[in-house]
Design a protein around this ligand. Structure first.
Ligand code: NAD
Length: 477
């Protein structure tokens, strides 16, 4: 059991001004996996002060110097990748197989993509006689959700360092094991004191203090819509620039004449991986009415092949992150039943036959609803669990309309036998990202949402540019 009793300010691990502790729970077993300190507003002030002071020099770091720090971060991450994966499983119960695919290498890919992007960005250009300079915006508050604990921190921190900003990171408490590992790595790369700071603690307390702080220049937030709105309100008083990466209710459009068994497997993966705790989860599956019944049966077959259980063993699906999350998902499964969708597989309660020692884990039965409609709660609200909602459609135009009939606009999926047709449909979706006939994502491509899914973009050039101010100098030269 680990005790995390320090926060990281001005290049040192220090005790918060008034330490207060909370237990961390291993979601796979329900047992305590550690305890973590909670900082308060005074610690936030100290961290922001350190970052503001460090900005005076770090803002002048050359591109080459910033790249050298990022390379050192990447090297350290590479060395400690196994430990990162273990930490992610302790935090959120992600299975080994998924850590190999994403939580481990994804963090490294994010740092490398910031390096490549910074190499590409021209920090000084000319527009006629006017000199255009891209300068770091200042102190960046980076506030992360727990569902991609390693990637979210590497994406945000590497973009901020690439931009030349100084940082106060506030990770999610549910991602503490991973966040502390990241801070330990950053502690080894000889950044000047105060460039990177990390405060641990409750969102409402230190999150508000950070986002209201007059010396914070930029807030990069990933999390829920409600908190995103609160942050935007907090940031308004001091006119801070914001990046908001919020929720989603992505549609997975299955075009006519698709290979039913193959596409059903992809549709299941796109909503069930990471126990469905993905902002981009394909939680609405739109299927031609003529193949609906066959398609949901194929999804059921795919779900029945998924092994739910010990994430340190050979499970495909681990628990969800917490008891609270488990209860929220139960509520949505019950609401799907109550609103009259067909329960094809899964349902409320825990899966039967959990391995010994895991009965107290927060496991969900992977669930598929068929014959749903787009007005049901399970089609409109983000569930953040392994629950698929299949909605039949008549024509492809109807499918596009249903897909776009959502308050969210984060991502979409289009699968079909004809790539060009799928691309044409992708262009009509009001979302920031679309997967066409595959589930891979380029870590250097822009990521972010339309509508209530957020403001701004992360990753690659686009993520760094969010943290740059643009200055024009007009002269006779
Ligand atoms: P959350 O909003 O509860 O918490 C996110 C972070 O905000 C945590 O660190 C939390 O401590 C902090 N926080 C809470 N209240 C705060 C406040 N008043 N001020 C400042 N910070 C505060 O979200 P969550 O449950 O951790 O994450 C799940 C949500 O994140 C889902 O909606 C999901 O879709 C979204 N998400 C979006 C993306 C994306 O790229 N768009 C990626 C991953 C997750």
């Amino acid at each position: 059991m680990k005790t995390y009793d320090k926060i990281y300010i001005n290049g040192e691990w220090v005790s918060p001004v008034t330490p207060d502790f909370v237990n961390l729970i291993n979601p796979a077993t329900g047992k305590v996996s550690g305890k973590v300190v909670r900082a308060n507003e005074k610690d936030v002030s100290l961290a922001v002060k350190a970052a503001k002071e460090a900005f005076k020099n770090f803002s002048n770091a050359t591109k080459e110097e910033r790249i050298a720090y990022l390379r050192a971060f990447a090297n350290e991450y590479q060395k400690q990748m196994e430990e990162v994966k273990q930490a992610v499983t302790m935090d959120i119960g992600s299975p080994k197989s998924f850590n190999e695919m994403l939580h481990g290498p994804g963090g490294l890919a994010a740092i490398n993509s910031s390096i490549e992007a910074l190499e590409e960005i021209e920090l000084e250009t000319k527009h006629g006689k006017t000199l255009i300079i891209r300068e770091p915006i200042g102190v960046a508050a980076l506030i992360a959700a727990w569902n991609w604990p390693s990637m979210m921190i590497t994406v945000k921190v590497s973009a901020a360092l690439a931009a030349g900003c100084t940082i106060v990171l506030k990770p999610a408490e549910l991602g503490t094991h991973t966040a502390v590992k990241m801070a330990e790595m950053l502690d080894t790369i000889n950044l000047p004191k105060g460039v990177f700071n990390m405060v641990l603690g409750s969102g409402s307390k230190i999150g508000n203090a950070l986002t209201q702080h007059p010396d914070v220049d930029f807030v990069s937030f990933t999390g829920s819509e409600g908190v995103g709105i609160q942050i935007a309100e907090n940031a308004a008083d001091t006119v801070k620039k914001l990046g908001l990466e919020l929720g989603g209710k992505s549609a997975f459009i299955v075009l006519p004449d698709s290979d039913i068994s193959q596409v059903a497997q992809m549709a299941v993966m796109a909503v069930m991986l990471n126990s469905g705790q993905m902002c981009a989860a394909a939680s609405r599956t739109l299927v031609p009415a003529s193949i609906h019944d066959e398609f949901v049966q194929a999804m059921k077959t795919a779900v029945n092949h998924l092994k739910v259980g010990d994430p340190f063993g050979d499970a495909d699906i681990g628990p969800v992150v917490s008891q609270k999350q488990w209860e929220t998902i139960q509520y949505y499964i019950q609401s799907g039943i109550d609103e009259g969708a067909d329960l094809v597989v899964g349902g409320t309660g825990k899966p039967e036959n959990l391995p010994e020692g895991f009965e107290q884990g927060t496991y969900i039965k992977p669930t598929v609803f068929g014959n749903a409609n787009n007005q049901m709660k399970i089609a409109r609200e983000e569930i953040f669990g392994p629950v698929a909602t299949v909605i039949p459609y008549k024509t492809v135009d109807d499918a596009i309309e249903i897909a776009n009939d959502s308050p969210y606009g984060l991502s979409g999926y289009v699968f079909g036998p004809n790539n060009q047709e799928a691309l044409d449909v992708a262009k009509q979706l009001r979302t920031g990202f679309v997967f066409v006939n595959q589930l891979e994502m380029d870590p250097g491509a822009p990521w972010g949402g339309y509508k209530t899914s957020g403001i701004g973009r992360e990753n690659g050039i686009w993520g760094i540019e969010e943290m740059l101010e643009i200055k024009a100098i007009s002269s006779n030269e």
